[in-house]
Write a new protein. Structure first.
Ligand code: F6P
Length: 394
């Protein structure tokens, strides 16, 4: 990462880490601030960051080296993408990173976050930095003043990335502009795709499965059945729930799959609905409209194979959870573009895959997540993560 303090580097770095992890790349973040606090404690005012403070400069270099040592050690072991979340605002510091990459035979890609809008910087300081351990015992206004002084120190030596040979992406003004240079590999392309859609709006999301379907009542997989009487009653309860939740939820846009059971579930809501084919339930191929016990009896090898590796197992002529994650990419990107709160009415497997992205659950665990019928999962934004509440509507 490259960029002045309070430009949203950590926010973007975490989004990138989450997206790549979800896509199956082994990714880890190394935050220089965390290393500084672990190695030197958190009580540093702006003077520590003054480029003319020789002692501070040496200490910061030692911190940078320690984070890089760990990053490369991890890449050597089993890591695929290491994100070095630090300012790296001088050419000298970036040269150090490049030199280490050459030594370790690692491909570097710089991601520079540029944003000069005062209101955004101010919101970043007040919304994230004030909660940092750096300012644990400091009055808010004093902390804001100190942080601005810290930014000025970095500004005095800032050398933005120039049009040279390195691979880089510049993410400007919360994604209003992207500059891409020599970022052609598969992972770089995934990062570009995410950044093209990332607007950085923190919003609430509610997830629920459709109401009980006729197939659910019979214990059968998939198909395109209608809601059962119990499912229709859930649709009514969901509509009441939305009405009593207040502004945020009433302003939400609703996403469903194209299947009857999700569309019928939102019939009563009276709000804007967008249907996504990508949100259709996992395709169980030759096992569609069968029960688990029928599959076990008629296709024991398939049943055993799915049990052994539910994440990678692909139904004959159908999909695996891994396929589902690939298929859901446009939904995740649409989520990152959307500014309004969202209510997503989906299905068991597809919501497991979407939830894994939102809650940063390792993708291999997603086939085993609990997403019960008739339960709304509320995810409210915190600084970098989501706070979860499960609301049973039975
Ligand atoms: O049973 C309901 C259902 O949505 C099926 O259509 C789908 O095949 C299944 O859940 C997915 O859950 P699992 O992956 O645990 O079989």
């Amino acid at each position: 990462m490259v960029g002045l303090p309070a430009r949203g580097k950590t926010f973007v770095a975490r989004k990138v880490a989450r997206y790549l992890t979800w896509l199956g790349h082994h990714t880890r973040l190394f935050n220089a601030g965390d290393y500084r606090r672990a190695m030197l404690g958190s009580m540093h005012n702006h003077e520590f960051f003054d480029p003319n403070n020789a002692e501070g400069k040496m200490a910061r270099l030692a911190v940078a080296q320690a984070a890089l040592d760990d990053l490369f050690a991890w890449l050597r072991k089993d890591g695929e993408v290491g994100i070095y979340d630090a300012t790296n605002t001088t050419r000298a510091r970036r040269d150090l990173v490049i030199a280490r990459c050459i030594e370790e035979n690692v491909q570097p890609l710089f991601l520079e976050i540029i944003c000069d809008e005062d209101s955004v910087i101010e919101a970043n300081i007040r919304g994230t930095k004030l909660f940092s351990p750096d300012y644990a015992n400091v009055a808010p206004e004093e902390a804001v003043r100190d942080f601005h002084a810290r930014i000025s120190h970095y500004q005095s030596t800032y050398e933005p990335i120039g049009p040279d040979d390195t691979s880089y992406i510049k993410y400007i003004d919360k994604g209003r502009q992207l500059v891409i240079n020599r970022a052609g590999g598969d992972i770089a392309q995934s990062i570009v795709r995410l950044l093209m859609n990332l607007r950085g709006v923190r919003k609430s999301v509610w997830l629920t499965r459709h109401g009980e379907s006729v197939y659910n009542g019979l214990g059968l997989l998939g198909g395109d059945p209608e809601l059962s009487p119990k499912g229709l009653a859930f649709a009514k309860r969901l509509s009441r729930f939305v009405k009593i939740q207040g502004e945020t939820m009433r302003d939400a846009v609703v996403w469903t799959s194209t299947l009857k059971r999700t569309v019928q579930t939102v019939n009563e809501l009276g709000v804007e609905v967008v249907t996504f084919r990508e949100l259709d339930e996992i395709n169980a191929g030759l096992c569609e409209a069968k029960s688990y016990s029928e599959i076990e009896r008629e296709m024991p090898d398939e049943f055993a194979a799915r049990k052994a590796d539910k994440y990678r197992y692909r139904y004959p002529r159908g999909e695996s959870y891994q396929d589902l994650i690939r298929r859901l990419q446009p939904v995740v990107l649409a989520f990152e573009r959307e500014a309004r709160p969202l209510l997503v009415v989906g299905h068991q497997a597809v919501l497991r895959a979407f939830y894994a992205y939102l809650a940063a659950t390792p993708p291999e665990q997603c086939p085993h997540l609990s997403i019960p019928l008739h339960t709304v999962i509320e995810l409210k934004p915190k600084i970098y993560d989501m706070a979860e509440r499960r609301i049973p509507l039975d």
